[in-house]
Write a protein that binds this ligand. Structure first.
Ligand code: NAG
Ligand code: NAG
Ligand code: NAG
Ligand code: NAG
Ligand code: NAG
Ligand code: NAG
Ligand code: NAG
Ligand code: NAG
Ligand code: NAG
Length: 889
């Protein structure tokens, strides 16, 4: 019972309790930066959203401006064309003025676009204040992504920092802040919400953001062919504080399977991830007097909220309480809407959002002192590359010349205890803001050009023990208060105009044998006095006791122990893997997450064994995903799994052997074999297309491959083509990871340009990538080649087609041995696939039909262009398939 209530209490329903809020329909409070934009082009209005972008130049002092490669320019919206990159310094920070205590939606986007011509996609970290937000692996995404979080700023300035983590150069394209009301998307103190997914149910294909959404959230339409989508043309009252766009609430799913359960499964790559969910409901149908819609909301089989009946045309939002910690055992999550017994109608949902909780434990440096040190920086015009972001934390980015206390107790704001501006070329007077560094123990301003008096306020800084003002041009009298301060060590050597009271200066000077110098070294107290007790610690926030609440949660979310499906497959021991590969003797290649070896099963049957490199934990997840997908999916044009090995950290996948390697190698003639003839190429294209079509149409939910490229099209001994590398494929909620943030597959040049604008990959994104593959097949040219008239293959072919130079497109090594009809058709097809707009691209089924037509017209030519291999040898064998259903779920 207790468990039940714990679950129940995680959720609260928001109806109309929050309506006393004046909605800002304009862009008031929005910060919308186009990074790298020159100030003279600023501001401008982006036509697609009406958002007004400004240059980032007044929000950051470091970095340089650049533009993405011309090849990609035409494809992207203006904000993505320019960027700022950071060749210098470890940490570079934007400093944004915000309203203290306000919740902000922070969105940053990154489009590499080969701006530096090096084709090296960077990887780096992004921080908000002193806390790490996330690692950006642009390398894994084809060079572009968006990240979004909801964060409450505890001070009136917010730092967003890019942190170099390897040899590559951090860069950024846009940075956007949207103030939210502070009673929505509330997270526990010391944490923020990182967006994983925000979708609404619709088959419209319309992506919603500002101005449809007053907060400029981005909503992705989602539908499944099992769904019954209901829509309304009536207005839905969406006013409950969360205020999703009208468009997002005006459609919903009422999925009807046998017993009326709507399921939303998703997998977390890290099973300790805590998350929050927000579910938006509004009844869209008119219920008859004898009809009821009532359902329970279950998370991992436990009642989460219910019974519940959505209100007619009026929003209600189910939210996770800020302090609740939702986790899923083993990282497998399942949200279910289950119809109650008395309900006559299936459940319904309009929109949902999913956030991961990111811990932001590190408290920012004492705001009062941050303001003081910034004033000091301004007063002296100091520009130091390290003087960006938080002065004290994280400690590896401590500002040069500073020391701080409390940096090891993250819940206490650090304070500045030491300031060394020795030999920094300081001019003018001793900055008055120093008096606001109230925890200062040591101050070194020696060897500068400071003038004027030694200020008395130095004596008021209670903790101050050492002051070094030597080697300046200070004048006047050293204040008595300072001279008399107990325990203070003051050095004013080398200030010729400085006078000391009571003659003590001159006495000392005389003794030192330097008549020009005035020295005061008053009362040096016992060493014990040097130990300072820091007073006035401010407790900014208390960290939640994660462990206790988490273990409770885990108890609650216990899942039925269904045996893993994997046991049905052939499982090898590590010893067997060692044996089958003859101790990893022959390397076939190197994949994303490990090395692929050649091997034999049963002594004769050849296999390819992919061994996961132990270093990569990320790879581990990827690897499991791959196993799961391969087990679900069987098709003659998809590389099939023979077995696997899992023993602790040792992981290996055993695939059928593909004797002729990958298409990329083959086209590039690395293998030194004869040229693939046109007929064979057509056949390979068709087979790869069929594999992809199966993923899109034959699987439920559809699988988006996400990394279609020639290197992932493998050829067996009969040149039968099979698609490989499903490790990065995802479906629905998992896909969410990529919709908005982290793990997106894709390779630059192959990646759907629409993705960059919407950060949303669909089946049509695979179609785009496939179009690029088709272009490579016909041209046998690299996807990106700086020496070509247009370096990006799609742009180059477009230019050639426009000029009517189709012969120039076709691979010369084909020696004209092809039917021009089939070639034309093929190029035409490829070009429709690489259409910028996904809606005008064909589906894979259409691609399959078109390719079949190409083959027909090629064959009609007869004689000369037979494939390298005869059709009869192209039979398929699926040796190891056991009792796995042929149709994926
Ligand atoms: C990026 O990916 C490519 C190919 O996947 C790899 O060769 C390269 O080393 C990666 N670069 C970084 C910085 O991870
Ligand atoms: C929405 O519902 C609330 C509460 O019933 C009401 O105060 C508000 O006026 C409604 N808004 C519209 C546009 O009907
Ligand atoms: C609905 O049906 C599925 C199998 O079709 C079953 O596993 C599940 O328990 C059923 N749910 C309810 C609430 O009856
Ligand atoms: C999540 O992982 C489980 C196995 O751990 C798998 O059966 C399931 O299909 C995965 N779900 C999704 C949505 O990928
Ligand atoms: C509800 O009543 C209508 C007629 O008013 C009838 O057609 C329908 O079958 C009834 N539905 C149920 C679930 O009883
Ligand atoms: C951190 O500071 C808080 C409040 O000042 C204190 O309660 C806590 O014990 C400190 N933790 C550590 C590890 O010093
Ligand atoms: C201050 O920094 C300078 C170098 O910039 C160094 O020589 C000096 O020793 C430092 N002062 C103290 C007290 O550490
Ligand atoms: C010290 O801090 C207070 C409060 O922030 C501020 O009003 C004052 O101007 C500061 N003094 C100096 C000299 O910067
Ligand atoms: C003060 O600075 C000078 C020059 O940097 C140095 O020689 C001297 O040792 C310093 N004195 C103290 C007390 O740190």
């Amino acid at each position: 019972m207790e468990k039940y209530f714990h679950g129940f209490l995680c959720i609260i329903i928001i109806t109309f309790s929050l309506i006393h809020f004046v909605q800002a329909q304009d862009q008031e409070g929005f910060i919308t930066l186009d990074c790298g934009l020159l100030p003279d082009g600023s501001p401008y209005t982006n036509p697609s959203t009406g958002l007004v972008f400004t240059s980032d130049s007044s929000f950051i002092e470091s970095g340089q401006n650049s533009r993405i490669s011309k090849d990609f320019e035409r494809i992207f919206e203006k904000p993505f064309l320019t960027l700022r990159y950071f060749p210098d310094g470890e940490r570079n920070c934007y400093n944004l003025k915000v309203t203290q205590g306000t919740n902000y939606l922070i969105r940053a986007s990154f489009l590499y676009g080969n701006y530096d011509g090096s084709n090296t996609v960077p990887n780096f970290d992004i921080f908000v204040g002193p806390n790490k937000w996330t690692t950006l692996n642009l390398n894994a995404t084809g060079g572009g992504m968006h990240e979004e979080m909801i964060h409450m700023s505890r001070s009136s300035s917010l730092n967003v920092c890019l942190v170099k983590t390897g040899s590559t150069t951090p860069m950024i394209s846009t940075l956007e802040l949207r103030p939210l009301r502070s009673d929505i998307y509330v997270s526990a103190i010391g944490s923020s919400l990182h967006l994983r997914l925000r979708s609404y149910i619709s088959d419209s294909g319309l992506f919603l953001r500002y101005p449809d959404d007053i907060y400029d959230r981005r909503w992705f339409p989602f539908s499944d062919k099992e769904y019954t989508v209901v829509t309304t043309t009536l207005s839905v009252n969406t006013t409950n504080g969360y205020d999703p766009p009208q468009g997002a609430m005006a459609s919903a799913v009422t999925h009807v399977n046998d017993n009326g359960t709507l399921k939303f499964p998703w997998n977390l790559t890290d099973s300790t991830t805590r998350f929050h969910i927000y579910l938006h409901f509004a009844e869209l149908q008119t219920l008859l007097a004898n009809e009821t819609r009532e359902f329970n909301v279950l998370l991992n089989g436990n009642i989460f909220y219910g019974p519940f009946s959505p209100r007619k045309l009026s929003i209600e939002t189910m939210i996770t309480k800020p302090e609740s910690t939702l986790t899923c055992e083993g990282g497998n999550c399942l949200l279910q809407l289950v119809k109650t017994a008395k309900s006559t109608l299936p459940p319904l949902i309009n929109a949902l959002e999913l956030f991961d909780v990111v811990e932001f434990p590190q408290s920012e440096t004492n705001q009062y002192e941050v303001n003081a040190i910034k004033k000091i920086q301004t007063a002296y015009g100091l520009s130091r590359i390290s003087w960006q972001g938080d002065p004290c934390v994280p400690t590896q980015f401590l500002w040069a010349g500073l020391k701080c206390s409390n940096t090891d107790n993250s819940s206490t704001p650090p304070t500045i205890t030491f300031l060394n501006l020795s030999s920094s070329g300081l001019t003018g007077i001793v900055a008055s803001s120093i008096q606001n560094l109230t925890h200062l123990e040591e101050l070194d301003l020696s060897n500068n050009y400071l003038e004027g008096a030694v200020p008395e306020f130095l004596a008021d800084i209670k903790s101050l023990l050492i002051i070094n003002l030597s080697g300046n041009n200070l004048s006047g009298q050293v204040p008595q208060k300072l001279q008399q301060k107990k325990g203070l060590k003051l050095n004013v050597e080398g200030n010729s105009k400085l006078l000391c009271s009571e003659g003590s200066c001159s006495n000392k000077a005389g003794e030192g044998g330097h008549p020009k110098k005035n020295i005061i070294v008053p009362v040096v107290a016992s060493v014990s006095l040097m130990v300072v007790l820091i007073a006035g610690l401010v407790l900014f926030f208390v960290l939640k006791k994660k462990n206790s609440s988490r273990s409770k949660e885990e108890g609650r979310t216990g899942r039925t122990s269904e045996p893993p499906r994997i046991t049905k497959k052939k499982r090898f021991t590590y010893a067997e893997v060692t044996e089958m590969t003859n101790n990893f003797e022959r390397v076939l290649g190197k994949g994303g997450f490990g090395i692929v070896y050649h091997g034999y099963v049963n002594g004769t049957e050849q296999v390819a064994v992919k061994v996961l490199s132990q270093a990569s934990t990320h790879g581990h997840k990827q690897f499991k995903a791959e196993v799961e997908l391969l087990l679900r999916v069987h098709h003659k044009n998809l590389v099939s799994l023979v077995g696997y090995c899992e023993k602790g950290k040792e992981l290996a996948l055993v695939y059928e052997y593909m004797a002729n390697g990958d298409l990329k190698e083959f086209l590039s003639e690395k293998r030194g074999e004869s040229v693939l003839r046109w007929g064979t190429r057509l056949q390979i294209a068709l087979e790869a297309a069929q594999g992809l079509e199966y993923l899109h149409k034959g699987c439920r939910p559809p699988i988006v491959h996400r990394d279609v490229k020639t290197a992932n099209i493998l050829l067996d001994e009969h040149f039968q083509a099979k698609l490989a590398d499903f490790g990065l494929s995802r479906s629905f909620l998992n896909e969410g990871e990529s919709h908005v943030s982290t793990v997106v597959a894709g390779t630059i040049g192959y990646l759907d340009p629409e993705y960059y604008n919407t950060s949303w990959l669909t089946e049509k994104s695979d179609v785009y990538s496939f179009g690029v593959v088709l272009l490579e097949i016909i041209t046998n040219q690299p996807v990106i080649d700086q020496t070509r008239e247009r370096s990006y293959i799609a742009e180059w072919v477009r230019l050639m087609v426009t000029n009517g130079d189709i012969r120039k497109i076709v691979d010369l090594s084909l020696n004209g041995d092809y039917h021009s009809d089939s070639v034309w058709k093929f190029v035409e097809l490829a070009m429709t696939c690489v259409n910028d707009s996904s809606t005008t691209r064909p589906t894979m089924s259409q691609v399959v039909i078109e390719l079949t037509e190409c083959i027909k017209s090629e064959n009609s030519r007869g004689g000369t262009s037979q494939s390298m291999v005869s059709k009869s040898s192209r039979e398929v064998t699926m040796t190891f398939d056991t009792n796995v259903n042929p149709m994926a779920r």
